[in-house]
Write a protein that binds this ligand. Structure first.
Ligand SMILES: [Zn+2]
Length: 85
C-alpha cells in the first residue's frame, strides 16, 4: 500500500515515498525521488526526462490513449499510479 506524504517542494500536493517510487518503477512507472509530486518533478529539468520517458513509453503502449496523454500527461500519470495500488 502506498504511503502519501506532503510534497517537499510545493507542500501542496501529495507525493510518494522513495520506497513507493521504487515499487512503482518495478511495475513500469516513472522513476522519481521520494517526496516529490508529479507536477514538481515535471517542472524540474533534472527530473522531467524520467516522466517524459515514461509518458513516451505509455504512449506507444497505449495508442488509444495517446491523445489524452499528450494533452494531459500529469493527469494520465496520476491515474496510472492510482491504478497500480
Ligand atoms: Zn510538489
Amino acid at each position: 500500500m502506498a504511503t502519501t506524504i506532503p510534497c517537499t517542494r510545493c507542500g501542496k500536493r501529495t507525493a510518494y515515498t522513495e520506497a513507493d517510487y521504487v515499487a512503482l518503477a518495478a511495475k513500469g512507472g516513472p522513476v522519481l525521488p521520494g517526496g516529490v509530486c508529479f507536477p514538481c518533478a515535471w517542472r524540474d529539468p533534472a527530473l522531467q526526462p524520467a516522466l517524459r520517458e515514461y509518458a513516451e513509453r505509455k504512449k506507444t503502449e497505449t495508442i488509444c490513449r495517446a491523445r489524452e496523454l499528450l494533452v494531459r500527461p500529469l493527469e494520465f500519470i496520476d491515474r496510472f499510479v492510482e491504478s497500480l495500488w
